[in-house]
Write a protein that binds this ligand. Structure first.
Ligand SMILES: [Ca+2]
Ligand SMILES: [Ca+2]
Ligand SMILES: [Ca+2]
Length: 241
């Protein structure tokens, strides 16, 4: 598998080494993520999936290829070539660092890309983080499995090692947050790039910026206010009766 003319940037792989992570550790990461599911938007962070594990039905009320899950049921399923990958520093075989939600990302080894299906459809746009040796292009379709009309496509430049170091290891150490807007109702997204040289994380619906959204401070003030009203209401209720 060695090319006669080696160009480091072109032969580097995002998937490498020996797995040591246990199934128990992987399940714990998934459970920790589900406890933090108090969000305004849907974020697929791939935590709780196995190493080199087909994402498959994990976000659709079912299981991954290796039998992990179910994850949060978002009505989303992935094509067979879409895999999860765990950071080598966390016991997997992922040659990456600084992933936006540790320790698991999405990638593909074959099939030319990762296809995400949303049968109920979604509108406006979505966002995600990526790291890649080559150009990454995302295609949006109004049919399942990359069929139907092409609603839009957006390309992003190579970025995998821009001004960064590992955590402590991982050659794919730079991630960019990007958004894709489109008109119409999308039912599938094809994430493409170079096989074994492109990674994705925090695929987010309902926001042009990827990842979990914290509750704004102003909302906490509102919640505290509602809580105080309820406390006074209970005190008053007890006095009346
Ligand atoms: Ca990491
Ligand atoms: Ca790492
Ligand atoms: Ca992640």
């Amino acid at each position: 598998m060695f090319a006669t003319t080696m160009v480091f940037a072109q032969t580097i792989s995002i998937h490498d080494g020996q797995q040591t992570v246990t199934n128990g550790q992987i399940k714990a990461w998934g459970e920790a993520n589900q406890q933090n599911a108090n969000r305004n938007v849907i974020v697929l962070d791939f935590e709780g999936l196995g190493n080199s594990d087909a994402v498959s039905q994990f976000y659709n009320g079912g299981l991954s290829g290796l039998g992990f899950g179910p994850g949060p049921n978002h009505g989303v399923y992935f094509g067979g070539t879409t895999l999860a990958l765990i950071d080598t520093d966390a016991g997997g075989t992922g040659n990456f660092a600084n992933e936006p939600s540790p320790n698991t990302i999405m990638f593909f080894l074959s099939g030319g890309g990762a296809v995400m299906n949303v049968p109920a459809g979604f509108t406006t746009g979505f966002s995600f983080y990526y790291t890649s040796v080559g150009t990454t292009t995302v295609y949006v379709y109004d049919g399942l499995d990359g069929t139907g009309n092409l609603l839009g496509s957006t390309s992003f430049p190579p970025n995998y090692n821009l001004n960064c170091t590992g955590d402590p290891t991982g050659a794919f150490c730079h991630w960019d947050a990007v958004g894709v807007a489109f008109a119409g109702t999308a039912k599938s997204i094809s994430f493409t790039g170079s096989e074994d040289q492109t990674g994705f994380d925090d695929v987010t619906f309902g926001s042009i910026t990827p990842g979990p959204v914290d509750v704004p401070v102003s909302n906490w003030a509102l919640f505290i206010g509602i809580g105080l009203i309820l406390v006074f209401a209970v005190i008053r209720f007890r006095r009346v009766f």
